[in-house]
Ligand binder design. Sequence first.
Ligand code: MEV
Length: 480
Amino acid sequence: MTMDTLQEALKGVDALDSDVAEESTQTELDSEKIKLFSGFSKLTRNQRYNRLVQMGGLSKEDVRYLRSGAIKSLDLADKLIENVVGYFQMPLGVATNFIIDGKPVIIPMAVEETSIIAAASKTARFVSEHGSIQTFSQERQSIGQIQIHSVKDFSKLEQVIQKNKQKWIQDVNTQVIPSMLARGGGMQSLQLRKIEYEGQEMAVIHVLVDTCNAMGANIVNQVCEYLKHPIESTSGEDVSICILSNLADQCLASTRIVLKNLDITLMKKIENASKFAEADPYRAATSNKGVMNGISAVLIATGNDFRAVESAVHAYSARNGSYRSITRWRVKDQELHGMIEVPMMVGVVGGMTRIHPTAKICMKMMGVDSAEGLARICSAVGLVQNLGAIRALTTVGIIEGHMKLHIRNLTWDAGAKGWEFSVIQKHLENLLKFRKRITLTHAKQALKLIRDRIKQVDDFKTLNKQKWAKDLLQELLKEQ
Ligand code: MEV
């Protein structure tokens, strides 16, 4: 070995050592982060901010921004849409306990429905206690469609496409989307399909484009419109419409969850619930809605086009001719196996993701910098959310978990203030426990009773209000 090669080899060893050191530092950071998930839901809002800063999810500046109510200026809104009159604020929370592909991930979720974030966090903890979440993805290509409604000569069109395909791909990549090509993406292929409908034969040309880290709708639409002219002039056909397809089945992300040491009855119940959603479109629609509770919340938080993914997931759920659930759970060798495969046309550049300050913070919180990474996380959140729903449905039922949290909203709605709040909340909890139902009317009745009777109390100042109200509501409980 010469001196040079020895030095090269030693450099290699140094590099290896520093790789190992980096890896073990990363592992330490990850296990620290996992510890910091613990007890998150019990923290006050300020403690939650501190915890997220400790976890490296937020900077102090991010906290200042979020605490101040986030974006206020309407200038950004004016850039995004038309006829702006304000913002519609959606609550933003974080789901915890997610360990995806061995790494802890903070999941930002923008959603208005009570209990979605709680269910996601609780189920993610259950998964981490009993098994693991593994995600996968394939090469990502977006599809554009160029339709020729009344095709004159399909065979000739086929030949023209075959002959010109490579040139058109090259033209698109060099003239329309050179920056995509430079990033390792670009247009990759053209495919011709024949569709017969109501006695009409139409031709549809699929344009496959790797849009790298962009969601890519505008890119694909531009490519399709650019190709309209060369297709028409070389084939003599008339192009009808050019548009991206939201059925992004070349952009799939999937997740597998394997759980061990669970009660066999529970596993079987979950499998049976899954079969129900696989077999019946009425149940499938509800089950998939639950999956999208998780996925759309992450997409909104990261400024992605959640309508595009919603339509893709539903269309993909019906790909075999009947609408069915997008998830599947089976008991295999004493283990529970869950699977989801979803089309995920998402982006981490372009659109809102890089210009909306809250979306930027959410991306940073997740530690994701690629569309593929985001797609995989979304699929994991969808599957966990589904498990949470069917675990609840097959055990305590949906009302218990949902309504416990809903009690807070009912208490607010009824108008409870100060000390009344905890009293009414407790009353509704009891009512739910014993009567299995609660409504706003129950909350209002309880509040009215307290407020009417307290006027009759003489020694108001020395009264232990909480205890007094609790006794009073015991009576009401029997009537309600
Ligand atoms: C409610 O938002 C979602 C669920 O209905 C989903 C499901 O039924 O699987 C609970």
